[in-house]
Design a protein around this ligand. Structure first.
Ligand code: NAD
Ligand code: GLY
Length: 363
């Protein structure tokens, strides 16, 4: 058990919202109920998370006089689709939900992204609350308002920017998270170090064993430091016209792996890990990173038990898939690369031949 509570703010003017990180937060009506201004609330979750945490959350809501309408979806990245999204809309309409009815997403990034997109669309926008239960969702997807579903031709291609009113990250829920999912979340934590916080890389190298052992103090520190980075970047560039793109280190390569192999084959964090190694290798080929620095990038992902080699799709297929990336501008690929550890840049400097070379070297 971890007694601390860390609270941060995503500063977006009148759409600013708190992130609370701590232990036993699902039971904290004092943190949750002030954001619910309705007699009923929809909780979107899935068949894995609902049996674990829906009742605890529902009891907190009921104690505050709020009726709970659960919507339980199938579990998996392969269900992040129009069809599943429609199941949410069907339930909202059948239950006569109104524009002020809040939608709470209880689960990992898949539930958060889909629940958020549903909340953005239903009656043109209903209040939305993120209750992340995976490490990845706590450190990344629940903060910042990116919501989406996948398309067979590209990941997260259909979606909206729609900020939550509250993010409630109950660290205790990580105790039931499968080992592989914990490691996938660590990939997104390492990402913050690589793009903007070299000191965090040192901290992570020292604390990876504690994180993998689910030490609650280490997890709190890692989640809080990651959320602080995410909140700062989102406040500066909500709609990704500049700095926010840097949060996509490894994602252009990684999304190609996820789409190329079929959604759900590799976990998102696994694809980000291998993609980040490719980005590091390409940065080295451009003369921006030393071989020692690339080795350090590989070593930290490997120490977290994450893949450091990409899927063997072939460089041409990678490029085809990467052309669907949301950072493509006027048909040109733009990649997040490293000009030093802790110093990411968005760059068009790499030629297709250099990109292919980095892919081949890393697969
Ligand atoms: P996920 O939502 O699929 O969750 C991983 C697995 O863990 C699922 O099987 C889930 O049911 C299970 N699970 C969740 N919480 C659990 C718990 N406490 N105990 C036991 N099992 C639990 O995957 P994820 O890694 O959380 O999220 C990945 C998704 O997030 C991808 O679709 C990715 O595109 C998206 N994403 C979005 C953003 C954003 O900014 N919106 C950022 C990063 C990733
Ligand atoms: N996960 C990248 C972003 O939110 O911008």
């Amino acid at each position: 058990m971890c007694a601390q509570l860390v609270s941060q703010t995503v500063a977006l003017g009148e759409r600013s919202y708190p992130i609370h990180i701590g232990s036993a937060l699902l039971q904290r009506g004092d943190l949750l109920l002030p954001h619910i201004r309705s007699k009923k609330a929809v909780v979107v979750s899935n068949t894995t998370v609902a049996p674990l945490y829906l009742e605890t959350l529902s009891a907190t809501l009921r104690a505050g006089g709020v009726e709970v309408l659960p919507v339980i979806l199938p579990d998996g990245e392969q269900y992040k689709t129009w069809e599943t999204l429609n199941q949410i809309f069907d339930a909202l309409l059948r239950q006569h939900c109104e524009r002020k009815t809040p939608l709470l997403a209880l689960g990992g990034g898949v539930i958060g992204d889909m629940g958020g997109f549903a909340a953005a669309c239903y009656q043109r926008g209903m209040p939305f609350i993120q209750i992340p239960t995976t490490l990845l969702a706590m450190v990344d997807s629940s903060v910042g308002g990116k919501t989406a579903i996948n398309h067979p031709l590209g990941k997260n291609m259909i979606g909206a920017f729609y900020q939550p009113r509250l993010v409630l990250a109950d660290i205790d829920t990580l105790n039931t998270l499968p080992e592989r999912e914990l490691r996938a979340g660590i990939a997104e934590i390492i990402k913050y170090g690589l793009i903007r916080d070299a000191g965090f890389i040192d901290w992570l190298e020292a604390h990876l064993p504690a994180l993998l052992a689910r030490d609650s103090t280490a997890l709190m520190q890692a989640v809080a430091r990651s959320c602080a980075h995410k909140a700062e970047v989102v406040a500066a560039d909500e709609r990704e016209s500049g700095e926010r793109a840097l949060l996509n280190l490894g994602h252009t390569f990684g999304h190609a792996i996820e789409t190329g192999l079929g959604y759900g084959s590799w976990l998102h964090g696994e694809a980000v890990a291998a993609g980040s190694v490719m980005a590091a290798r390409l940065s080295q080929n451009l003369g921006w990173l030393s071989s020692d620095e690339v080795a350090r990038v590989e070593a930290i992902f490997a120490a977290a038990g994450l893949p450091v080699r990409g899927a063997k799709l072939g460089a041409a297929r990678y490029l085809e898939l990467m052309r669907h990336d949301k950072k493509v501008a006027d048909g040109r690929l733009r990649l997040v690369l490293l000009k030093g550890l802790g110093q990411a840049v968005l760059s068009e400097a790499a030629s297709e031949a250099q990109i292919c070379e980095a892919i081949a070297a890393c697969c």
